[in-house]
Design a protein around this ligand. Structure first.
Ligand code: 8YV
Length: 316
């Protein structure tokens, strides 16, 4: 196999990179300077048969067009919004991602953000650290999860996993999506604004990309209202971040738990000053176990492709 050339647009986990290095000729596009990238493509492009990347590294059409003999793009991500999937499909190039293996960790992160935001975990830590407990006594009360209604936008694998967790905490669940789903007992809403008006917590759990950009806009956020919370573990592009910041600042929203942002790794500075938000650096799948499973899927999909076997997790 060492006669197969792979372009590493974004690296995998160390253990899986070792496996790839033992099997293929890896070309570290990710480590190259802009000039070195251009040299690499000039010298190697016709030989490149596979690409390794992640959501963060992506795979743009401009790079695809430089690789005439590309056969497969293996991404360590469930999200496809940074991959030129349609262009790959049009050229008959396989694309694989990493669904399912990250569902539980991402759903756990959603619950972590709900708990930390409503129960004001971080202000509680500050209350101790800044001496307020000594000086002022008990911290102001916060609010229960039990009895609250969670509105999930996009009841896919991750959405369902979040719903199951929320029910364990005594929450009610309803959802909105393109269509009502059979075999689902949760109340269905075909209108986002109505859903937002009726729930206490709104969680978009939809793929990123053009179809969902700004889906949770100002009208939806305003309908969620001053006692409402937004929890985002999907993509920053899904929420109108300008409107979100403004409503959080002016009391139009009670709080937010955010793992993703519109222009990562840049986070709106106003959010850093607020005590009614909990922020995470896009790490919902960021555990050793889950990132290892995602990385192994990249290895296994590449091995399947080059052995002429069916792909494990094909997108196209
Ligand atoms: C990480 C993700 O950003 O899977 C996704 O789409 O956003 C996360 O798992 C990353 O892709 C892991 O490399």
């Amino acid at each position: 196999m060492k006669d197969i050339d792979l372009l590493v647009v974004w690296p995998n986990r160390p253990e899986q990179m070792k496996l790839l290095d033992e099997t293929y000729r890896l070309h570290r596009y990710d480590l190259a300077s802009p000039d070195e990238k251009e040299m690499m493509l000039k010298e190697l492009a016709p030989r490149i048969r596979g690409v390794v990347t992640t959501h963060g590294g992506g795979f743009e059409r401009s790079l695809l067009e430089r690789l005439p003999n590309l056969e497969i793009v293996a991404s360590s991500s469930v999200g496809l919004d940074t991959l030129c999937v349609d262009a790959c499909r049009a050229r008959g190039i396989a694309v694989t991602n990493t669904p399912d293996v990250l569902t539980d960790d991402v759903a756990d992160m959603a619950m972590l953000l709900i708990l930390a935001t409503l129960r004001r975990l971080l202000p509680g830590v500050a209350w101790i650290k800044n001496g307020a407990w000594l000086e002022k006594g008990m911290m102001p009360l916060n609010t229960s999860l039990k009895g609250k209604t969670l509105g999930i936008v996009g009841l896919g694998r991750i959405g369902r996993a979040i719903a199951q967790r929320a029910e364990v905490f005594g929450m009610k669940v309803c959802y909105c999506g393109r269509r009502r789903q059979g075999g689902v007992a949760y109340p269905y809403y075909d209108d986002l604004v109505t859903l937002a008006r009726d729930v206490d917590i709104l969680a978009p759990v939809v793929p990123g990309g053009a179809d969902t950009e700004g889906l949770i806009g100002r009208e939806v956020l305003s309908a969620l209202g001053p006692n409402g919370y937004i929890i985002n573990i999907s993509r920053g592009s899904v929420v109108d971040e300008v409107a979100l910041v403004e409503l959080l600042k002016t009391g139009g929203l009670a709080g937010a738990g955010l793992d993703v942002f519109a222009d990562e790794p840049h986070v709106p500075p106003e959010l850093l000053e607020m005590d009614n938000v909990v922020l995470q650096p896009h790490c919902a799948s960021g555990t050793v176990e889950t990132r290892g499973a995602m990385a192994q899927l990249v290895v296994d999909n590449l091995a399947a492709h080059f052995a002429g076997r069916p792909l494990l997790t094909p997108v196209c």
